[in-house]
Design a protein around this ligand. Structure first.
Ligand SMILES: O=P(O)(O)O[C@@H]1C[C@H](O)[C@@H](CO)O1
Ligand SMILES: Nc1nc2[nH]cnc2c(=O)[nH]1
Length: 308
């Protein structure tokens, strides 16, 4: 894909451009979902770049996605945060919307923490719940829309990466543990995220079908980023904020809408930020004592060759 503007050389040029402009060497990369950009404001000693100024970067077009890449520290740990992500429905090829994840890798990131807004399909979920993603259904992938389509560059990862370990078990366990410690037990869930192309929300029949297929929540992002992150050997934690209930009943008057999504984001932002920042603190501590050592390395070694 080098000829299309999202190959290794482009990612490397962008990473070098950024590294020349900040002294921060991030170990953690954070991606903010719709209405959840406040996560970036938690970073101290910020060095921020507008997407429009970053070579090879796509531009944010969606309300609730500011379009800034923010470097800084979170409780002393170096991080980089995308305040705004890209979606298929914005018209970008799937390889382009996931390009920042490869740039994360070349910046030195080893752990990616993604957030998104999603519609709840599981009837036990309520608006405002935080779902730790344990697995995904990549429906665009069923139709061949996969960010790894096209020539494979072994410098990123292997041609056929394993995805059965996509969502790091130790990080998920840590998220549940930290969440309960913070008193979030009543609204902390675990489940399967299903990505669709959007931008239209689901019909009732579609929501019913996705629920029957095993999805607990539905959205328009994240899974592509996870595939790319795992391909290049980073470990992944992903959190969905259930911003609305998917409409599954023909008698319902409810209508999914982006304003409700953003409003729920605003209401739960502080708790989500606290969960993420506490986890970053614990990860740092646990780098020393290994209690929460991720399984990414094991997964990487088992599933793919290391990038050369
Ligand atoms: O970036 P995320 O996945 O959080 O955004 C979701 C999906 C759509 O972009 C939007 C719908 O309201 O929110
Ligand atoms: N596809 C989809 N994406 C969402 N993002 C936030 N809510 C929803 C939803 O109900 N459906």
């Amino acid at each position: 894909m080098a000829d299309k503007g999202y190959g290794y050389e482009e990612c490397e040029a962008t990473a070098d451009w950024l590294l020349a402009r900040t002294g921060v060497r991030p170990a953690v990369g954070i991606v903010c979902g719709s209405g959840l950009g406040g996560l970036a404001d938690m970073l101290k000693d910020q060095v921020a770049f507008n997407y429009e100024d970053i070579p090879n970067f796509p531009q944010s077009t969606v309300h609730g996605h500011a379009g800034r890449l923010v470097f800084g520290t979170l409780k002393g740990r170096s991080c980089v945060c995308m305040q705004g992500r890209f979606h298929l429905y914005e018209g970008y090829p799937v390889q382009k919307i996931t390009l920042p994840i490869r740039i994360f890798k070349l910046l030195g990131v080893d752990t990616v923490m993604l957030t998104n807004a999603a519609g709840g399909l599981n009837r036990d979920f309520k608006v405002g719940d935080i779902m730790v993603i344990k697995d995904h259904l990549n429906l665009p992938g069923f139709a061949g829309v996969n960010p790894l389509s096209g020539p494979n560059d072994e410098r990123f990862g292997a041609r056929f990466p394993c995805m059965s370990d996509a969502y790091d078990g130790a990080l998920r366990q840590m998220a549940m543990h930290v969440g309960r410690e913070l008193g979030y037990g009543d609204f902390l869930k675990e489940g399967v995220y299903c990505v669709l192309g959007g931008p239209s929300f689901e019909t009732i029949a579609e929501s019913r079908m996705l629920h029957k297929l095993g999805a607990d929540a539905v959205g328009m992002s994240t899974a592509h980023e996870v595939i790319v992150a795992r391909h290049c050997g980073m470990r992944v934690l992903a959190l969905s904020l259930i911003t609305n209930q998917a409409v599954m009943d023909y008698d319902s008057e409810a209508k999914a809408n982006h304003e409700e999504v953003l409003e729920t984001g605003t209401r739960r932002a502080a708790q989500l930020e606290r969960l993420v920042s506490t986890m970053v603190t614990k990860m740092e501590l646990n780098n020393n004592n290994n209690n929460y050592a991720g399984d990414a390395d094991r997964g990487t070694l088992a599933c793919q060759r290391k990038p050369q």
